[in-house]
Design a binder for this molecule. Structure first.
Ligand code: SAM
Length: 232
């Protein structure tokens, strides 16, 4: 089953597919599997933080953050995704349109959403981050590692197989690829287009939304810490 897709993104396979091409059932089947994301985030934030998680999916990272004692509000445009989360407050909304009238210690937007291949959509996503972070708070973003789509590849562990195929290097730092996931004998495909950002492009995008690049949480620079500009 497919729904109206975001530009450049598409997905197919059993169950519902979100507008960005994410297969809900794939995320349901893998929702207990973290790859250290929760540890990166937890190491960067204060105990008992209020967290606004944008693009939460089925709560794969929401749950460990709640278990650590953080208060998480989890947002996704897909009600089929948020329906799986019982451990935290959930909001069904596009990130672009979200205006809760509340501010949080931490705004978290992972899963490479900042790499959306449309500058205007990226600006709106970052505006929402800026709108919901406390003046003394931080925004945590996860960006694409451009090496991930350098070439076709297969990544496999005991839980799932991911085949990266049809990789294309596009103008202006964009890349596209087809990701084919196999989990417990079921297969889903997702076509993605990402816009890689140079540090200068990232800095400019953040500043346009009233944020500044404060540093990186990991040596590979895929995890970004940004803060409100006034705090500089
Ligand atoms: C790749 S999934 C990752 C989910 C979760 N962050 C994780 O790592 O398990 C991306 C999620 O972001 C949501 N999403 C993507 N773009 C969005 C937008 N502009 N507004 C709201 N949700 C969005 C999708 O519906 C999907 O659930």
């Amino acid at each position: 089953m497919t729904t109206d897709q975001r530009v450049g993104q598409s997905g197919s396979g059993p169950g519902e597919i979100t507008p960005d091409g994410s297969p809900v059932e794939l995320y349901v089947r893998t929702q207990e599997q973290t790859r250290g994301e929760d540890e990166v985030i937890a190491a960067a934030i204060a105990p008992g933080s209020s967290i606004l998680e944008l693009g939460c999916g089925t709560g794969r990272i929401t749950r460990p953050l709640v278990a650590l004692g953080h208060q998480v509000v989890a947002v996704d445009e897909s009600p089929a995704m948020t329906a799986r989360i019982t451990e935290a407050e959930t909001v069904v909304s596009t990130i672009e349109e979200l205006r809760l009238g509340r501010r949080f210690d931490v705004v978290l937007m992972m899963s490479f959403l900042v790499n959306v291949p449309d500058d205007e959509v990226r600006r709106r996503l970052l505006d929402t981050c800026a709108e919901h972070v406390k003046p003394e708070g931080m925004v945590i973003l996860q960006q694409q590692d451009r090496q991930a789509f350098a070439q076709n590849a297969v990544r496999e562990n005991e839980h799932r197989r991911i085949e990266i195929s049809d990789v294309e290097q596009l103008p202006e730092g964009k890349q596209s690829a087809t990701l084919t996931y196999t989990v417990a004998g079921e297969t889903w495909s997702q076509r993605v287009v990402v816009q890689n950002l140079s540090e200068q492009q990232l800095t400019t995008a953040l500043e346009t939304s009233g944020l500044h690049l404060d540093g990186y949480l990991t040596p590979d620079h895929t995890w970004i810490r940004a803060k409100p500009l006034e705090r500089r």
